[in-house]
Design a protein around this ligand. Structure first.
Ligand SMILES: Nc1ncnc2c1ncn2[C@@H]1O[C@H](COP(=O)(O)OP(=O)(O)O)[C@@H](O)[C@H]1O
Ligand SMILES: [Mg+2]
Length: 269
């Protein structure tokens, strides 16, 4: 499969006077799994929608596979997207749902059927091809949404909180399955979540966002052990946050020995 990187450069998005994404830069390598992690309202979905072409780029640029998509409409960007509520078509069977993107692209009936069945097979949906979305469990619906996104062989896969509606048990099963699928297909993936555990267990790298900006981008291990700011430390996990005092004067002089000793004693070490 063709692997495309995503380069977001100084992206700003505007809704009237409001700027939910402010000069955001992020480079996702070909085949990489990167999460956007941050609290509700911080601009994750807006950023994802800009990659997909559903939110206008006010400033900056986005390149996919090295080519700017700034003036490319959403339906001409080769992107697979899974929405938070899956957005399956209720009046279409699983097979029709999965084949939808291929029909839109004018692929022949035989090929649509063949590829939809192959995608269904890959996601363990073969027994459900004739069912409607309302006749499926949450996990099955999510797998249909994934199959529908992947069947068009997109350059990149965008996932907006796809696990949010699943219970905890199913969620960890689906996380495992998603990760395995992403690795085997090798597709460049941007995954949006507000759940730090989910980001830590799935991602090659995590971009922590707050207030329309990225605060830190690192692999899970580095992020967890070396948060760059208090916000990142608190958001990623409070276990590694300690109260402390800085015994350093503003002129940069080292603290004197007596004060350091006192500090260590008072810390109980
Ligand atoms: N169509 C819109 N018009 C105006 N404001 C919006 C619109 N969509 C989202 N917003 C606002 O932009 C901010 C970022 O939203 P969003 O990207 O959906 O955040 P997240 O996905 O991180 O929860 C929020 O304050 C939200 O209310
Ligand atoms: Mg969102």
């Amino acid at each position: 499969m063709k692997q495309a990187g995503i380069d977001i450069e100084n992206l700003s998005v505007r809704y009237g006077n409001y700027v939910p994404v402010r000069s955001l830069s992020l480079a996702v390598k070909p085949g990489e799994f990167v999460s956007l992690l941050g609290p509700s309202g911080c601009g994750k979905t807006t950023t994802l929608r800009s990659i997909a072409g559903f939110s206008d780029i006010a400033e900056g640029d986005i390149r996919i596979g090295g080519a700017s998509v700034r003036n490319v409409p959403a339906n001409k960007r080769n992107i697979g997207m899974v929405y938070q509520d899956y957005a399956l078509f209720p009046h279409m069977t699983v097979e029709k749902n999965i084949g939808f993107g291929l029909r839109m692209r004018g692929v022949s009936g035989n090929e649509i059927s063949e590829r939809a069945r192959a995608a269904a097979d890959q996601l363990r949906l073969t027994d459900f091809l004739d069912r409607f979305p309302s006749q499926l469990s949450g996990g099955q619906q999510q797998r249909v949404a994934l199959a529908r996104a992947l069947v068009v062989r997109p350059d990149v896969l965008l996932l907006d909180e796809p696990m949010a509606a699943l219970d905890k048990q199913l969620r960890s099963e689906m996380q495992f399955e998603l990760k395995a699928l992403q690795k085997s297909v090798g597709i460049t993936t941007v995954f949006v979540t507000h759940d730090q555990e989910e980001a830590l267990s799935l991602s090659d790298r995590i971009a922590v966002m707050n207030d329309g900006k990225i605060l830190q981008v690192d692999d899970p291990e580095t992020l967890y052990h070396y948060p760059a700011t208090r916000f990142v430390a608190e958001f990623v996990g409070t276990a590694n946050l300690f109260k402390g005092h800085r015994y350093e004067s503003p002129d940069g002089k080292k603290p004197d020995r007596a004060r350091r000793t006192g500090h260590f004693r008072s810390a109980g070490t």
